[in-house]
Design a protein around this ligand. Structure first.
Ligand code: ADP
Ligand code: MG
Length: 677
């Protein structure tokens, strides 16, 4: 029995060597070959002969208006010639040593000739001849290829595969869906995508292929989501009055958005299912207190909670803040980071395993082997995009189906989150605490940096605290540090001793860093010169000015994060970008920062400037590579595919009804984890 899962070696002429070459393009089976879609089409746009110069490559559509003549000359040489009417013009076409083209030509037939223009003789020396049947266009396919496998090889193999396997191509998309969106059956889809006779056929085939791709993707994603909903989670039946009493101790009123997401989270925690929720909220929107409420809920029911942060500074800051929040409560906080001695680490690990501390905050030290939890009920990942998929998984595995709350301050454009985080439930804090003023952002050229210093002086005189971020040197941490140190010296020269200037960079020990941060927090340091170590999460509501040097070296997401370090209190905050961008894209980034402080808009702009893969970072996000569909450009289609996938999965026993349904077989063959597995 033939199957699309057959290896490519079943094709004539494909041996081990060729198979290996094809594998470099990700092609191993017949189906891979058929799903190796053209990256674009060539419609052979005709050349304007009036402006053509001698020896130029030309493409001419026309009608054969003279009987083709084949004549021989010299030793085994021949030439085929005929006249071609194109528009109002008649030109001579000559093919050398391609006598077999004669059979393809008929008087008054339409053809497309590719060749070289001979100005003197007003003729085309042809290289390629395409016959155009009535009502058809000539369309060429351009495939993704590489140095191992050439275009022509791919084209030939696809043709071979299609001819030999066309009869076993089962359609995956349910009939109802195909009818609803007017999509093709799968065999026609492959035929038209690879061998279109008209551009409309190509368009229809691509539409079908894109939908199929999205649908299969969403089936996998949604079945994971449903599987989780059915799995046993850790149900936290907390006492609502106790939780309310705790919320009353918070010194501020939660925003509407915070209340909403707290409700969403608490509903999940109370449910018997495992929570898997992404909490999105712009910098300063107050995610920490939401996390604190979730933690309190967990601990009320006797479970442990863990909070993992990407840096030691951030972990320490969370520990300190939460210790304050949880004063006079049953919550006792432990901080587990890499800077503990082996002995301290062991002692703490023992306590965690014995359940003696119930809130464990830490860096990725939390997910090391030695750390075992007594009963982990909630795992929170702060700045989750900073962690890889594997690290997140390790934390999840520290408990028996613990509830997961992943937090991110890098807003994911709504257009992307449905794809990148489709298997999670998403909560969004789309509102800043009242009284926040938007951060005034200014872009200065480097020759205006004196103005920046004047501004700083005035702000400092009014009691402001200031961050100064030194240019980013991605290639070398050493240079990064040198840069920051040099900048620190300049600022110390100018502002000390009247104001205290501090320095913070990644090569300092944790104790050093913490001491500097504590001084800044306490107002003992007014100017803090730093590398991007301050990018993530550091919170000092009295800091109101952020100066970023060579700001165009930073990406939009990073700039937005950095800016988010200010504007956290009630006073007006400022962000000064000093930059002379050398590319249009760099300029756009500066303009975007000046224009808006809305993280979602920044993220959307970032997406437009860089494309989806770069915005999320493929590795971290698990953002899949789509062959033909564009999850951003075809967002509507993705949304429909998601709903259709859900509809199918929610049909009781849809898969059991027909074991031989192509879609079921397909999902099994692809080893997709679906809820019926
Ligand atoms: P992020 O979402 O960036 O993690 P944080 O949780 O650090 O933000 O909160 C930023 C600041 O806003 C903190 O100082 C926090 O205490 C304060 N905050 C949070 N929620 C509110 C609120 N509803 N009203 C006033 N201040 C708040
Ligand atoms: Mg935070």
């Amino acid at each position: 029995m033939k199957s699309l899962q057959d290896p490519v070696t079943t094709l004539k002429g494909v041996g081990q060597k060729r198979a290996e070459q094809l594998a470099t393009l990700g092609i191993e089976t017949i189906e891979d070959l058929l799903m190796h879609y053209p990256s674009r089409y060539d419609d052979f746009a005709p050349t304007n002969l009036e402006t053509t110069v001698d020896k130029q490559k030309v493409t001419i559509h026309g009608t054969v208006v003279s009987e083709p003549v084949l004549s021989r000359f010299g030793y085994r040489k021949n030439r085929l010639s005929f006249r071609l009417q194109t528009g109002q013009q008649v030109v001579m076409v000559v093919f050398f040593n391609q006598p077999y083209f004669k059979e393809r030509l008929t008087l008054n037939g339409d053809v497309t000739v590719l060749g070289t223009w001979n100005q003197g003789r007003q003729q085309v020396i042809g290289s390629k001849l395409l016959v155009v049947n009535p009502g058809e266009e000539t369309i060429g396919t351009i495939y993704p290829a590489n140095k191992h496998v050439r275009q022509t090889t791919i084209r030939q193999l696809i043709e071979l595969a299609y001819t030999q396997y066309r009869n076993v191509i089962a359609t995956l998309l349910p009939l109802k869906i195909r009818q609803r969106y007017q999509l093709l059956d799968r065999a026609t889809m492959f035929q038209w995508v690879h061998f279109p006779k008209t551009s409309d056929q190509a368009r229809q085939a691509r539409r079908t292929a894109a939908y199929e791709e999205f649908y299969l993707f969403q089936l996998r994603l949604q079945s994971m989501r449903l599987a989780r909903r059915k799995a046993d989670g850790t149900q936290l039946l907390y006492n609502n009055d106790e939780l309310r009493a705790f919320i009353r101790t918070i010194p501020f009123e939660l925003t509407k958005a915070q209340k909403r997401v707290v409700n969403e989270i608490c509903r999940d925690l109370r449910s018997p299912f495992q929570m898997n929720r992404l909490l999105q909220g712009d910098v300063g929107s107050g995610k920490t207190i939401v996390a604190a409420i979730a933690i309190y809920t967990t601990i009320l029911t006797g479970y442990q909670a863990a909070l993992m942060a990407p840096t030691e500074i951030l972990a320490a800051q969370h520990a300190e803040k939460l210790a304050k929040v949880f004063e006079n409560t049953p919550v006792n906080v432990a901080l587990l980071t890499g800077s503990l001695t082996a002995k301290q680490h062991q002692a703490l690990a023992d306590q965690i395993a014995a359940g003696q501390c119930n809130l464990i905050i830490g860096t990725h030290a939390l997910i090391q082997d030695q750390v075992e939890f007594a009963n982990l009920g909630l795992a929170i990942i702060d700045e989750q995009h900073r962690f890889g998929v594997d690290q997140r998984k390790l934390l999840r595995e520290k408990g028996d189906h613990p509830n997961i709350l992943a937090m991110t301050a890098t807003p994911i454009p709504r257009t992307l989150s449905i794809t990148a985080y489709g298997e999670m439930d998403v909560s969004v804090i789309d509102e800043l605490p009242a009284g926040r003023k938007t951060i005034k952002t200014t872009w200065l050229k480097s020759d205006q940096s004196e103005a920046a210093l004047d501004f700083l002086r005035k702000q400092l005189a009014q009691g402001a605290q200031v961050y100064v971020v030194s240019p980013l040197i991605e290639e070398s941490e050493k240079l990064d540090v040198q840069n920051a140190t040099a900048l620190y010296e300049q600022f110390a020269d100018r502002f000390a001793p009247k104001y205290q200037v501090g320095l913070l960079h990644g090569r300092m020990t944790n104790d050093e860093k913490e001491a500097v941060m504590a001084d800044f927090q306490a107002g003992k340091i007014q100017v803090l010169v730093a590398t991007t170590v301050i990018e993530v999460g550091v919170d000092n509501p009295n800091a109101t000015v952020m100066v970023i040097y060579d700001a165009d070296r930073f990406g939009l997401a990073q700039l937005h994060q950095l800016r988010g370090r200010v504007g956290r209190g009630v006073r007006q905050s400022y962000c000064l970008l000093v930059a002379d961008p050398k590319t249009p894209e760099g300029k756009k980034r500066m303009e975007t920062m000046v224009e808006t402080t809305d993280g979602f808009i920044v993220a959307q702009r970032d997406l437009e400037l860089r494309g989806s893969g770069d915005v999320l970072g493929k590795k971290q996000s698990g953002m899949p590579d789509f062959k033909i569909g564009d999850p951003v450009g075809d967002l509507k289609m993705m949304q429909y595919a998601r709903q259709d996938a859900l509809d199918l999965l929610e049909q009781p026993g849809w898969d059991q009804r027909d074991e031989n349904q192509p879609l079921v077989l397909y999902l099994r063959s692809q080893n997709l984890k679906t809820h019926f597995d």
